[in-house]
Design a binder for this molecule. Structure first.
Ligand code: NAD
Length: 272
C-alpha cells in the first residue's frame, strides 16, 4: 500500500497529505463508505458536525481495528455554535466516539455573526487541553485571517478553502504561505460541476501518464503542496483517487493546469 506523504504543520504535528472527505455522504451509508476508504488505505478523514455523519465515521473507526495513532481525524465547528464552541466540540467528540481529534476547524467565518474571534479563543483552549491536537480554520479569506492574527495568540495550522484548477484563490494561498498556514483544498475535483476532466490540459496529461483525469487533478494538488481529501461513495473511485503516487506531472503539465484559473467557484462565498 502506498505511503502517503505528510505535511508538517506549524504546531509540530503533521497531517497525511491525501485523505477522504465525507461531505454529502448519507449518514446511513457513512460507516460502510468510511470502512471502504480505510480498507483502501486512507488514514485521514475529513468530516464536520453539519455533515450529520460524525457518528458513522466513529463507527467505521471503531470497527476498523486500526490504532488511533494511525488515523488523522478532522471535524468542524458549525456557524451557529461559535459562541458555544466548547460544548459543540464535546458533542462532536462523543458522536465520533473519540477522546481527541487531530484537527478541529472553524467551518466558516460567518462574518454576519461576528463571533469567529470568540470561537477561535475557545479552540485555543481545546488545543491547550490536548483534545484538539491541532486547530485551524476553513473558508477564511485574507481579512478574516488578518483579524485572527491581530487579536488572538495561536496562528491557525491550516486554512481549508475551496481550491481546484478553476478557482485557486491566489491571495489567500499567498497570505497563508507567508504565515506558515497549510492549505487544505476542498472540492479538489470541483465536485464534478464543470467539465474539468474533459479539458485537454487534464485529459492530455492523463493519456500521457496512463492515468485518469481525476488522478491528474489530485496529482496537481499534491505537487502544489495542498492537502486534499476527494470524496467518492464508490470504492473503485476511492482506490483510483488513492493511486496517485507512481507518476509525476512535468513542469509544463503543471503550468498548463494552473493556467485553467477562471474564478470558477462551485461553493458558497465565505462572506455570505
Ligand atoms: P470533490 O471535489 O471531492 O468531488 C467529489 C465528486 O467528484 C464525487 O461526488 C464524484 O461525483 C466525483 N468524483 C470523485 N472521484 C472521481 C473519480 N475518480 N472520477 C470521476 N469523478 C469522481 O468534492 P467535495 O466532496 O465537495 O470535496 C471533498 C471534501 O472537501 C468534502 O467531502 C469535505 O470533506 C470537504 N469540503 C469542505 C468544505 C468546507 O466548507 N470546509 C466544503 C465542501 C467540501
Amino acid at each position: 500500500m502506498a505511503s502517503v506523504p505528510r505535511i508538517q504543520l506549524n504546531d509540530g504535528h503533521s497531517i497525511p497529505q491525501l485523505g477522504f472527505g465525507v461531505f454529502k455522504v448519507d449518514p446511513d451509508e457513512t460507516t460502510r463508505i468510511v470502512s471502504d476508504a480505510l480498507e483502501v488505505g486512507y488514514r485521514h478523514i475529513d468530516t464536520a458536525r453539519i455533515y450529520g455523519n460524525e457518528a458513522g465515521v466513529g463507527a467505521a473507526i471503531a470497527e476498523s481495528g486500526l490504532q488511533r495513532e494511525e488515523l488523522f481525524i478532522t471535524t468542524k465547528l458549525w456557524n451557529d455554535d461559535h459562541s458555544r464552541a466548547l460544548d459543540a466540540f464535546d458533542a462532536s467528540l462523543e458522536r465520533l466516539g473519540l477522546d481527541y481529534v487531530d484537527l478541529y476547524l472553524i467551518h466558516w467565518p460567518s462574518p454576519k455573526d461576528d463571533r469567529y474571534v470568540e470561537a477561535w479563543q475557545s479552540l485555543e483552549q481545546l488545543r491547550e487541553s490536548g483534545r484538539a491536537r491541532s486547530i485551524g480554520v476553513s473558508n477564511f479569506l485574507v481579512g478574516h485571517l488578518e483579524r485572527l492574527l491581530a487579536e488572538t495568540d495561536v496562528v491557525p495550522a491550516v486554512d481549508q478553502i475551496e481550491l481546484h484548477p478553476a478557482h485557486q484563490q491566489p491571495a489567500t494561498t499567498a497570505f497563508a504561505e507567508e504565515h506558515g498556514i497549510a492549505i487544505e483544498a476542498w472540492s479538489p475535483l470541483g465536485q464534478g460541476k464543470y467539465p474539468l476532466f474533459e479539458l485537454p490540459e487534464v485529459a492530455g496529461a492523463a493519456a500521457t501518464h496512463g492515468k485518469s483525469p481525476a488522478q491528474v487533478v489530485i496529482r496537481w494538488h499534491l505537487q502544489r503542496g495542498h492537502i486534499v481529501f476527494p470524496k467518492s461513495n464508490r470504492r473503485a473511485r476511492m482506490a483510483e483517487n488513492f493511486d496517485v503516487f507512481d507518476f509525476e506531472l512535468s513542469e509544463a503539465e503543471m503550468g498548463a493546469i494552473t493556467a485553467l484559473e477562471r474564478e470558477g467557484r462551485v461553493g458558497s462565498h465565505p462572506d455570505d
